[in-house]
Ligand binder design. Structure first.
Ligand SMILES: N[C@@H](CCC(=O)N[C@@H](CS)C(=O)NCC(=O)O)C(=O)O
Length: 209
């Protein structure tokens, strides 16, 4: 039986919960991480020396990093519609996944942890201000891409490209403290489209930001 280690309210864990649900996989889950089980204990560090969640345990295999887990699960289930085998199509999907990891993590910390939750050090104006601007600018990029016509980021079908992006889009629409928050109609349409998926409503647009 697959085992997912990580608290259900962590954004990196929620992406994996969403895919597990999309794939209809059974799994056990343990709430490790902040305000739950301490990930700095030797038992957890033996699985992930970084002490971060999620971690997926599949028999003898231990997989860390949320986007790696997404690709592992899709490949394990031979869900090639979600994660194409053809290399160019696959690169198209992975480009959006890496874009979220590399380009959205910083803006999300500043805009959400600082701008929405008021946490130090991200709430300092020199961090929160540019982070909000970057978040808005990058949501504008998504809006333009989606306005060109394809319903999903990698084209006509829902793929792994939409899982990390689907989370940051949800957080964008959840945030209340963005001054002059731009209206992005194509992005709003994408959010509505993702919201037709029961698994998205269970794990992403589920009342948590
Ligand atoms: N790049 C990692 C980041 C993992 C990460 O930072 N996870 C956060 C939760 S979203 C964490 O472990 N925080 C510490 C904690 O919850 O104790 C991934 O994508 O899995």
């Amino acid at each position: 039986m697959l085992k997912l280690l990580g608290r259900r309210n962590a954004f990196n864990v929620r992406k994996v919960l969403w895919l597990l649900d999309e794939l209809g996989l059974e799994f056990e889950q343990e709430d490790w991480g902040r305000f739950h089980r301490d990930t700095q204990v030797p038992e957890f560090l033996a699985l992930n020396p970084l002490g971060t969640v999620p971690v997926l345990v599949d028999g003898p295999a231990v997989i860390r990093e949320s986007h790696v887990i997404l690709r592992y699960l899709a490949s394990r289930q031979r869900a090639w519609g979600l994660y194409p085998q053809e290399l160019v199509a696959r690169a198209g999907v992975e480009s959006w996944m890496d874009w979220v990891a590399y380009e959205m993590t910083g803006p999300m910390r500043g805009a959400y942890l600082g701008g929405e939750q008021g946490l130090e050090p991200w709430c300092q104006p020199h961090i929160a201000g540019p982070a909000r601007a970057d978040y808005a600018q990058r949501m504008g990029v998504l809006d333009r891409v989606l306005a060109a016509g394809a319903p999903y980021l990698a084209g006509a079908e829902f793929t792994l490209a939409d899982i990390p992006a689907g989370f940051i889009v949800h957080r964008w629409f959840s945030m209340k403290n963005i001054p002059d928050k731009p209206e992005y109609p194509a992005l709003a349409g994408y959010y509505a489209r993702l919201s037709e998926r029961p698994a998205y409503l269970r794990h992403i647009r589920n009342g948590l930001p």
